[in-house]
Design a protein around this ligand. Structure first.
Ligand SMILES: Cc1cc2nc3c(=O)[nH]c(=O)nc-3n(C[C@H](O)[C@H](O)[C@H](O)COP(=O)(O)OP(=O)(O)OC[C@H]3O[C@@H](n4cnc5c(N)ncnc54)[C@H](O)[C@@H]3O)c2cc1C
Length: 421
């Protein structure tokens, strides 16, 4: 496992809020909130009141993703835990054969033998001088430099992402729609909060204050599914997600009110069937590709949103929320018919910034897909892809954990193929 559970700065006990058996001993710190808000209390009151309808799930990181849970985030005791803090900084401190070139982009992959790519050309801007790096040591099947890998390693870890491919499909990244309901404001004096954090790394800014409770939900069992079958990963995988936010979260085109107390609920599609595309706009690696996310192109995606909003309306009307909510905000107040809900979704849905699947992995024997199980680009030698683009489909949840595990696996494959000890 790539992470370990970390108690929050105030040592708030998390007993009964997560399952230690599904967490590990890896370098990333993950944890639960140091500060419990009334919003969370209401969510879990709801699971206590009506467990058949709204089941509590001790830990969605287990094999069962369904139900309502406390949200684990990649926050250590009092600060964000990242790939830089957990992996890169320790390696930079302890290894003499690792350098990172910042503000440096791969502009070309160099074919060193027929179908073998063990070199890269890099530059710091479109007009800057080009430099080339070639791996000086390689072992079957991968060209990789572990003796003097400085720049090659740094660049090699980045190379081969979708930006350099001519055309891939982009899975829709869970467009996000948020409903606003009036309720108490908890964030308080944000300058005071930030000053406290700057002073001694405590306070509500020393943890995840935005979202602490989350729900993963399936469509009703009699809902129509696409002809190709249920796009969810399995019977314990959700179709949509709710996350409760202790703030007003403005959608595109909305202005945050300057008075009042607010909470928001985000609804995230978890098994979208719309597919976008990425196309190169030129042969210059510094030109951005044309990305068409093609959100909400299928009736299944729209129908799932409509079902999710109706579920949310029912859920927020349960006794657990009595006395807490005054009214929905603006456009969210007039969502009665399916057509009104669809109009609202089309107006306000936006991205959660989880694009994946532009260069998907598949079996070695499959003609489709870009990389095989060894992460090597099919038909080529020396070129692996290690990023979210290889995921076969959008992740029902958040992609970060899967990408860390993918990177751990890639590191093991590369080490074993280079016989690094
Ligand atoms: C604002 C925001 C919030 C998010 N929040 C969450 C969250 O809470 N939880 C979660 O699970 N996920 C979250 N995500 C998604 C998550 O960050 C991504 O899914 C994840 O970072 C993808 O990892 P990756 O390694 O595939 O790509 P990246 O992390 O994007 O890494 C790709 C790297 O390759 C470099 N690169 C690209 N092309 C070249 C080139 N030609 N030469 C050299 N370098 C190159 C890029 O500069 C970049 O550093 C969020 C994303 C955003 C933008």
């Amino acid at each position: 496992m790539n992470e370990h559970h970390t108690p929050p700065w105030n040592d708030r006990r998390n007993v009964g809020e997560y399952n230690p058996l599904v967490h590990g001993f890896g370098p990333l710190g993950t944890g639960l909130t140091p500060t419990v808000f009334e919003t969370e209390q209401r969510v879990f009151q709801m699971t206590d009141d009506q467990p058949e309808l709204y089941p509590f799930n001790l830990d969605p990181n287990s094999a069962n993703g369904l139900g309502f849970s406390w949200l684990h985030t990649t926050v250590g005791t009092n600060a964000r835990s990242t790939s830089a803090s957990a992996y890169l900084h320790p390696a930079l401190n302890s290894r003499s054969n690792l350098d990172v070139l910042i503000h440096t982009q791969v502009t070309k992959l160099i074919e060193t033998e027929t179908n073998m790519y063990t070199g890269v050309q890099v530059a710091q801007s479109a007009t800057a001088k080009r430099f080339s790096f070639t791996a000086s040591k390689r072992s079957y099947p991968l060209g990789w430099n572990n003796r003097n890998p400085t720049a090659t390693d740094a660049v090699g870890n980045w190379a081969g992402s979708g930006t350099l491919k001519s055309r891939h499909f982009l899975r829709t990244r869970r467009p996000r729609r948020r409903s606003q309901f009036a309720g108490p404001e908890y964030f308080g004096n944000s300058m005071g909060t930030l000053a406290q954090y700057a002073e001694n790394k405590t306070g509500i800014a020393a943890g995840n204050t935005l979202v602490n409770s989350i729900g993963f939900v399936r469509l009703p069992s009699d809902s129509p599914l696409p002809k190709a079958g249920d796009p969810a990963a399995g019977p314990n995988a959700p179709h949509f997600q709710f996350a409760w936010l202790n703030t007003f979260y403005a959608n595109d085109g909305q202005t945050t009110p300057t008075t009042g107390n607010w909470m928001s609920v985000s609804i995230v599609l978890q098994s979208p069937t719309s597919r976008g595309s990425v196309n190169l706009t030129s042969s210059n690696a510094f030109d951005h590709p044309a990305i068409d996310p093609a959100y909400l192109q299928t009736s299944f995606d729209i129908d799932t949103y409509v079902a999710a909003i109706k579920t949310l309306q029912t859920l927020m009307s349960t006794p657990a929320w009595d006395g807490f909510l005054l009214a929905p905000f603006a456009d969210a107040a007039n969502l009665t018919t399916d057509a009104q809900i669809e109009g609202y979704v089309r107006k306000f849905a936006s991205t959660l910034k989880h694009p994946t699947s532009t260069a998907t992995i598949s079996k070695s024997t499959d003609r489709g897909g870009v990389v095989g199980p060894d992460l090597l680009v099919k038909g080529l030698k020396g070129l692996r892809i290690v990023d979210a683009s290889i995921l076969p489909s959008a992740v029902a949840g958040f992609p970060q954990a899967e990408i860390y595990i993918l990177a751990e696996r890639a590191a093991a494959l590369i080490k074993s193929s280079c016989l690094i000890r």
